[in-house]
Design a protein around this ligand. Structure first.
Ligand code: ADP
Length: 638
């Protein structure tokens, strides 16, 4: 089954298995970097117990027999100071032997290995990274040097219980046990210096802090010598069912951490009850930083669906568009049927309306922050943009309906801001553009350094015109979907002719070319296999030449990406523009030696391509031409 979990030894029915490599890495990193956050293990284990209870309740809708004689779902935390143990016990869904081996021996999230590969060894940084990953069950090993899990899957007979034991060092054992109780108990044998976690008041405070809002009662009970009666220590009402005015910000934050398995506070949330034709409650959160698998468009999404408080599914992807996949939260519907499935959801006519409303809620939440005048909010939004901006840009491609609102959320790097941060909004841009400027100028490029030194910016820079610098992977797609913003069209400064404000006096391309006809004819003939045409440039000041994209052509960035993805791209040659006043071009125009004219023309073109971030088709030829030229120069010097 799992390659790394092949049995190492088998004694009777007890098996010793090895953890998957990723689990070993995670365990190691966690133990070393989360020591200052160690109490979170309790939240993680109680969250798992609550999920297990949710799942059982859901399965019991179809098979009520699963509840056996224990229909009341609850969680118990039992501690024994003398034995130095804490146990989190649930009567939820439980696990079969195969499930135990898969769930507590491997990590199923895709991209895990790459993610763990980014760990630096710096504790603080790694702690943040691990927080983004979500540690879950394995966090038990931060405080325990031995963990014993006993579990029985609801519906399986008593003798199919399983005991799982590990010291978190690389291996675990599984063996069958007889287990009358359904569900799971996770017992932590605490490390020597962690006996503080067997203090009643401390456990109580932690449960209150982390798990108050969980829909199931959490009992706390001492066992062993000082054994006492269990008492419920949380309020056991699902947070989203309470009224907004009764919920403190801290409670909202803790609920988010439970829901998202995130260490960091959420950035924003929005809690709403919709009444009338459709009735549902939504509690939507925006995380403060991106999860490790944000780029995986297939990664599970963060919404949980409940129907009348009964958990129905995780990863309810139908309620928000893909570009809002970073949103976490809960939807609790009063009118969807309890037996709703993903397939039924897709056919549900109500769903489009709900999805539209939830999408607007998320956008409005972000818009409010983005438009806020306070420095603190501005900084928060910038941070949000850094983490999620590229994903939000997908919205312009996918969701034309909300384009106007999404445009206001965009942030750009710009020629006006040397920091290179993406922090300029379109409103900022227009506010400082002259009245007469009819367009919003942007440049597409592969990376910020190439963008900043692009020849296409020269004339605009001379004229003091701000240009937005677009270097994200998604940008070439996004710009194809940009509508106007406040009546101003977007203009790619690397494409076709670029109309500048108050430029009445400038000549048309044809008129410009006319003056240099013989020279152009000669260079066009020389480069005819490599370029569509050669024109006299109006956009250059310091550079001898640049590459321009035709009005209907794919941008070079898009061509490169499609090519890298192995896609067929239409054959097309670039247009070369030359700066007629540049000494090198003057030198070229004056060149009478055919051979040298050819070499120089090609070098001018090669350099224009290189400045664009392009790979030369024949770099060896370029190097030879350059070498010859240098040798000639050497000859001249000698
Ligand atoms: P996550 O909860 O993020 O999936 P964990 O490492 O915490 O990751 O748990 C892995 C899996 O183990 C869970 O998805 C669940 O299937 C199973 N699991 C953990 N704790 C329990 C429990 N108390 N009862 C049933 N299943 C559990």
């Amino acid at each position: 089954m799992h390659k790394e979990s092949d049995p190492v030894t088998v004694e009777g029915t007890k098996e010793t298995l090895g953890f998957q490599t990723e689990v070993r890495q995670l365990l190691h990193l966690m133990i070393h970097s989360l020591y200052s956050n160690k109490e979170i293990f309790l939240r993680e284990l109680i969250s798992n117990a609550s999920d297990a209870a949710d799942k059982l309740r859901f399965e019991a809708l179809a098979s009520p027999g699963l509840l056996e004689d224990q229909p009341e779902l609850k969680i118990r935390v039992v501690f024994d100071p003398e034995a130095r143990t804490v146990a989190v016990i649930d009567n939820g869904i439980g696990m079969s032997r195969d499930e135990v081996i898969a769930n507590l021996g491997t990590i199923a999230k895709s991209g895990t290995a790459e993610f763990l590969g980014q760990m630096t060894g710096d504790r603080r940084k790694d702690a943040t990274l691990i927080g983004q990953f979500g540690v879950g069950f394995y966090s038990a090993f931060i405080v325990a040097d031995r963990v014993v899990v006993e579990t029985r899957r609801a519906g399986l007979p008593e003798d199919q219980g399983v005991r799982w034991i590990s010291d978190g060092q690389g291996e675990f054992t599984v063996e069958p046990v007889s287990r009358p109780e359904r569900g799971t108990s996770v017992t932590l044998h605490l490390k020597d210096d962690e006996s503080g976690f067997t203090e009643s008041y401390r456990l109580e405070a932690l449960i209150r802090k982390y798990s108050d809002h969980i829909a199931f009662p959490v009992d706390l009970q001492e066992s062993g010598k000082g054994a006492g009666d269990p008492r419920v220590v949380n309020s056991a009402t699902a947070l989203w069912t309470r009224s907004r005015s009764d919920i403190s910000d801290d409670e909202y934050r803790e609920f988010y951490k439970h829901l998202a398995h995130d260490f960091a506070d959420p950035l924003l949330w929005s809690h709403n009850r919709v009444e009338g034709k459709r009735e549902y409650t939504s509690l939507l959160y925006i995380p403060s930083r991106a999860p490790f698998d944000l780029w995986n468009r297939e990664a599970p999404r963060g919404l949980k669906l409940y129907v009348q408080r009964v958990f129905i599914m995780d990863d309810a992807e139908q309620f928000l568009p893909l570009y809002l996949r970073f949103v976490k939260g809960v939807i609790d519907s009063s009118d969807l049927p309890l037996n709703v499935s993903r397939e039924l959801l897709q056919q549900n006519p109500e769903l489009d309306a709900m999805r539209g409303a939830l999408t607007r809620r998320v956008i409005d939440m972000l818009s409010k922050l983005a438009a806020s005048g306070s420095d603190e909010d501005r900084a928060s939004y910038d941070k949000f943009w850094q983490g999620f901006g590229q994903v939000l840009k997908e919205g312009l491609v996918e969701d034309a309906q909300n384009a106007d609102k999404l445009l206001k959320l965009l942030r750009f790097a710009s020629t006006r801001d040397a920091s290179g941060a993406q922090s300029v909004s379109l409103a900022d841009y227009l506010a400082r553009a002259p009245e007469s400027q009819e367009r919003i100028y942007y440049l597409l490029s592969d990376n910020p350094a190439t963008a900043r030194s692009s020849p296409h910016l020269e004339k605009l820079r001379d004229r003091g015109i701000e240009v937005l610098l677009l270097t994200d992977r998604i940008d070439p797609w996004m710009v194809a979907h940009l509508p106007e913003f406040e009546g101003k069209a977007f203009q790619d400064v690397g494409r076709g002719q670029v109309p500048l404000p108050e430029s009445g006096g400038e000549l048309t391309q044809d008129a410009l070319n006319e003056e240099h006809k013989p020279f152009l004819k000669k260079i066009r003939r020389t480069l005819k296999d490599r370029v569509e045409t050669v024109n006299v440039s109006q956009r250059l000041v310091d550079s001898p030449a640049c590459i321009v994209t035709g009005e209907q052509e794919l941008t070079p960035q898009l061509r490169r990406m499609l090519a890298a993805a192995g896609q067929a791209i239409p054959e097309s040659k670039p247009t070369l523009e030359i700066n007629i006043g540049h000494p090198l071009v003057e030198r070229l125009a004056a060149e009478i030696n055919e051979h040298r004219f050819e070499a120089l023309s090609n070098i001018v073109l090669d350099h224009a391509l290189l400045a664009e971030g392009e790979q030369l088709e024949n770099p060896v030829e370029y190097v030879q031409r350059m070498n010859n030229l240098l040798l000639e120069l050497g000859g001249a010097v000698a």
